[in-house]
Design a protein around this ligand. Structure first.
Ligand SMILES: Cc1cc2nc3c(=O)[nH]c(=O)nc-3n(C[C@H](O)[C@H](O)[C@H](O)COP(=O)(O)OP(=O)(O)OC[C@H]3O[C@@H](n4cnc5c(N)ncnc54)[C@H](O)[C@@H]3O)c2cc1C
Length: 492
């Protein structure tokens, strides 16, 4: 008889692992606290508009191809490559920089602000490629059985990259470029890890190589939620059962073994193997009551940004905006130093805008547009009161209107705002941290919460706060790593 696996959480990590397991003959059931699958990769349909609520693009598209091949299925969604990758506008500056993948075209954009940009960029990307080639297979796509195992593995990476663990992203970029604007633009990718270039290790400059040269960025035809629909469809066809509106809140153990999990209606759920896709640190604290992960300990860990997200449906076309757009201020360093610990937001914050309906016109009624704003803010440890959200949002909309020279406000026919409070409550994210545990030295690889449980031999974890880390491609790699672990479970 096939082994039963109970998965807690239908985020991308849970769905991807479910597919790998069911294709290997496991009997899989998924419990999800919300009424639909996807977790942070979700969708909002409102007033005739469709919005992707979280991820709006992904890199390393070949990880999705890998899982499709591994499971012997066709990729259940269609990718759209983004080129240009994104645009960047600085406050008070008439210019909008367009970030092309083609380095000559890119150099043309920057010829007035950085001498010899093309040569410098090629050298910078060459080093990014070296970091990628020297670390990804060795450190990222690998399980670690212990801290020692991790440290020994690190020693297999080329020694020239070691200093990049101790240098920050900004310092690495500064070795190649002198223009402050260029440095800010190139290091924006550190924000995708939910931190700033000043506290993200320089090894992550490999991300510049992944975005510009290796594979680029992708959107999905019909919107990002097609990824979730595609996976759910495949899982249902393979007899995976979903139980929505079912939140695991407690557990019962006997003689050091997990007997069963308990949901919000006091139902008991037992299985041979459990896979937790709920945040790997928070679940250990809240449900398994581990002291090392109690609220006090969690608060001492380093968490990624809290997201303030805005979803606007406007009854007009917005022409001066690309698929992805960053709107920055004039005080990058000062902003980056304060943003994740600020208890109030006085000035216009930096923000990102995605126009889903540019690439996917079906996501908005004819002649209209669906706009998605992400503004990185402090998590709830630092800013717990969001009664000022309307004021902050109207400042952002006013600023955006000025920059694109079009009064958006009078065209808004649908508006939804999600603060870190909403993100935290909806998906069980510690203090509303949008991307989970951060990727600083003490929280990556062997230092990150493990993908196997310390106490219960039949409990495993997948998703943003375990290895390898946050973001959609990492969740897919994580699903492969945890599947290897589950396959190695001996008779219990
Ligand atoms: C605003 C925002 C923008 C982002 N943009 C990008 C992007 O552009 N590209 C990119 O690659 N990544 C992006 N990310 C990151 C990406 O969304 C996440 O890394 C990824 O979706 C995390 O997937 P996961 O499977 O780890 O967890 P989740 O998506 O959080 O899934 C976990 C699931 O478990 C459920 N759950 C939690 N606790 C329980 C419980 N006790 N019982 C039952 N169910 C439970 C939750 O409801 C959820 O459905 C973004 C994130 C945010 C917040």
């Amino acid at each position: 008889m096939s082994k039963k696996v109970l998965i807690v959480g239908a985020g991308i990590g849970g769905l991807a692992t479910a597919l790998r397991l069911v294709k290997r003959g496991y009997d899989v059931e998924i419990l999800e606290k919300n009424s639909q699958a996807g977790g942070r990769l979700n969708q909002l349909k409102k007033d005739g508009f469709t919005f992707d609520t979280g991820p709006s693009f992904f890199s390393m598209s070949y990880e999705f191809k890998e899982i499709a091949d591994d499971c012997n299925v066709a990729l259940p969604f269609e990718t759209i490559e983004l080129d240009p990758l994104y645009t960047v506008n600085f406050s008070g500056d008439e210019r909008t920089f367009v970030l092309y993948k083609n380095i000559e075209k890119l150099a043309e954009q920057f010829k007035d602000i950085e001498k010899d940009f093309e040569h410098k960029m090629r050298k910078y990307l060459q080093e990014g490629k070296r970091i990628f080639d020297g670390t990804v297979d060795i450190v990222v796509r690998r399980n670690f059985n212990s801290l020692l195992d991790y440290l020994l593995t690190l020693m297999k990476a080329p020694p020239r990259h070691l200093p990049k663990l101790f240098r920050n992203f900004w310092q690495q970029v500064s070795k190649y470029f002198s223009s402050d604007e260029i440095k800010q633009i190139i290091s924006l990718v550190a924000f995708f890890l939910g931190r700033t270039p000043f506290n993200t290790p320089a090894v992550y400059t490999l991300l510049s190589y992944t975005e510009f040269q290796h594979d680029g960025y992708y959107n999905v035809k019909g919107g990002m939620y097609k990824i979730v629909e595609g996976f759910v469809d495949l899982l249902i066809k393979n007899n995976v059962k979903f139980h929505y509106n079912t939140e695991i809140v407690a557990h019962k153990e006997t003689n050091g073994k997990l007997d069963y999990l308990i949901d919000n209606e006091n139902n008991k759920w037992s299985s041979e193997i459990y896979l937790i896709n709920s945040d790997a640190a928070l679940f250990r604290g809240k449900v398994f009551k581990r002291k090392e992960f109690c609220d006090e300990k969690l608060d001492k860990m380093i968490w990624t940004m809290g997201p303030l997200t805005i979803y606007l449906g406007v009854d007009t076309k917005v022409e001066n905006v690309s698929h992805h757009n960053y709107y920055l201020g004039k005080n990058f360093r000062d902003y980056a130093d304060k943003i994740f610990t600020a208890s109030s937001i006085e000035d216009v914050p930096y923000y990102y805008v995605n126009v889903l309906s540019h690439t996917n016109p079906e996501c908005a009624p004819k002649g209209s547009e669906s706009l998605f704003f992400v503004c990185p803010v402090a998590d709830l440890r630092y800013k717990s009161d969001w009664s000022d959200k309307e004021i902050i949002v109207s400042k952002i909309i006013e600023d955006f209107s000025k920059r694109i020279k079009m009064d958006i406000k009078k065209h808004i026919i649908s508006q939804t705002i999600l603060t870190p409070i909403d993100w935290g409550n909806e998906y069980n994210l510690h203090r509303g941290s949008g991307l989970g545990l951060s990727h600083n030295l003490s929280q990556i690889g062997g230092f990150r919460p493990k993908n196997f449980d310390e106490k219960y031999k039949n409990v495993f974890y997948v998703g943003a706060s375990t290895i390898p880390g946050t973001g959609l491609p990492m969740a897919i790699i994580g699903s492969k790593l945890v599947t290897e672990r589950i396959e190695n479970v001996k008779a219990l």
